[in-house]
Write a protein that binds this ligand. Sequence first.
Ligand SMILES: NC(=O)c1ccc[n+]([C@@H]2O[C@H](COP(=O)([O-])OP(=O)(O)OC[C@H]3O[C@@H](n4cnc5c(N)ncnc54)[C@H](O)[C@@H]3O)[C@@H](O)[C@H]2O)c1
Length: 314
Amino acid sequence: MMNVILLGAAGFIGTNLAMSLAKNKDINLTLVDAEKKYFPDIITANYSDIKIKESPFQMDTDFEQLLEKQDVVYHLVSTTVPTTSNQYITQELTANVVVTTKMLDACVKTGVKKVVFISSGGTVYGKESDCPLNEETPTYPISSYGVQKITIEKLLYLYHYLYDLDYRVIRLANPYGPFQRPNGILGAVTTFTYKALQHDKITVYGDGSVVRDFIYIEDAVRAIMNIVDGDSVHRTFNVGCGYGTSIKSLLNIIKETLHIDLEVEYVHGRKVDVPVNYLDISRYEKEYGKLNPISLESGILKTADFMKSVYFGK
Ligand SMILES: NC(=O)c1ccc[n+]([C@@H]2O[C@H](COP(=O)([O-])OP(=O)(O)OC[C@H]3O[C@@H](n4cnc5c(N)ncnc54)[C@H](O)[C@@H]3O)[C@@H](O)[C@H]2O)c1
């Protein structure tokens, strides 16, 4: 049996990962988040084999106790999101980078074998280089969130060098789908789909020319699990669909797919938004085969179906 623990597990990616990992009967799964009530009902009600623990990710956390006997640690905590991170740079680095070093010290002490870190393909590269961006592209983040992510990546390299702690870094693009909170802060596909279904006004920052690499969460989870289980010489992988879609085309696709007329308001662009971002995923595909992500149309339909059944009870 392998002991696997997810930190920040009640969120969007944690919930989807947990449901996939739970299918593997050779894994003892422990999920951790700040409060039990953050976990969706599907996890607390349907998975009796999964252990759930409440623990904040902060300086006074007893990580040694939390990580005792664990083999693999998924680090899914971020206390901030890209768009607001530049307002609280000190806090960003203290709450994420410094606390992560404490967690990594505990990994070394307790004999954890592998740390999996969800970094950000959307922010670590910044806007200096042309897309598609590969893992060797220089990193110049324009948000402190991106600085946080790249710094934690460097710490993982250092802990591997110093203590032989194995790790995998997933530079994830823009995942969307079931269990992403449609609160309008993060995730254009999820937010716009939710608003479309509710016939709410959609706010777009800038003129809609911003380009992103959207990936359906199940495709992302499959890629993450292949990377974690694999024994490639590479430890850092981009994960996205590998092509760009502008916000304007996304809105069109939502409108056509759901047959709903959208009310869209365009407001001033944000300095924190990289104008164009999409990833070169050839390293992943060379090691693990074609990713074959589903189309945005199919992903939007699946996301809308989930929302109808979970939020709107249809
Ligand atoms: N969603 C994306 O678009 C995206 C893209 C690339 C990378 N990521 C990264 O993937 C990871 C997971 O993202 P997500 O979309 O699932 O986010 P999420 O906000 O849905 O989930 C994160 C979870 O972490 C928990 N958390 C936050 N601060 C905490 C703290 N101090 N102590 C304990 N728990 C805390 C939250 O309660 C939440 O349940 C994050 O590191 C994020 O930066 C996300």
